[in-house]
Design a binder for this molecule. Sequence first.
Ligand code: CP
Ligand code: NVA
Length: 293
Amino acid sequence: MHFLNLKDLSKGQITELIQKAKKLKEENQYSEKLKGKFLGLIFEKASTRTRISFEVAMAQLGGIASFFPIDDLQLGRGESLEDTSRVISSMTNAIVLRTLEHETIERFSAFSSVPVINGLSDLSHPCQILADLLTFDENNGEIEGQKVAWIGDFNNVCYSYEEASKLMGFELHVASPKEFWPSEETRNKLSVTFTEEIDKALSNSSLVTTDVWVSMGKEKEKDEREKSFKEFKVTPKIMDLAKKDAIFLHCLPAIRGQEISPDMLEDERSRVWSQARNRLFVQKSLLLHLLKD
Ligand code: CP
Ligand code: NVA
């Protein structure tokens, strides 16, 4: 199976995967569960957490991972994506792809004989949400029935939150400027409450989260976005509008002074550093799910 979006897993599988990740974190041990397995990583865009967590996960599970920058492959010289997929998948056990366009991952996976994992596309970032779900679980327990506030751009990470909200049964409220909301037709298909009022999104929320205003690939819109999103910033003061035990998450990288105030990452309600480290444990759990059985 491929893992292109969160909905490729069922609620039961996600719950199992998170519990397994928790166990792997507690044990924090080297094993040879993936001995002899080889993971390829093909990235069109920069990455710190995704690349390193997958590479370390494979090493700690006794397997091997190799990173292939897209321009070093013949793909960068015009070899077709389909031929590349057939060849690489014939020699590896799984492939992580990070692409500008989600369609690239879909086309690649259609020709791959091994599991393809979405390591972020313009549409979604399912691996990130697994880490967020683990972090919430560790701090506040069950997410079902809770309210989650996303402040800022309805982007790839937020799209995966939307899928998670449907699968796991929590409410997702997005506060962002109206001109950046998806079309009405799209909004009608999403289980999201959009608002321009930050306090409405935050009230009664157990989880407050955000991401950069300018995602990779959107650099041309930088000036317009920085102007429109100016008021959609998470600060310790804004966090006071959420539930008393609410936590703050950010997938990182963050831009202090834009989507967060300079002190937000170090606020006592911030869990961003354990969230980032949790990428390692959910990646291990995901790899075991996809490769072991
Ligand atoms: N959160 C996340 O995916 O980070 P990287 O871009 O560093 O992989
Ligand atoms: N939305 C951000 C996430 C980076 C992990 C981006 O796509 O650049």
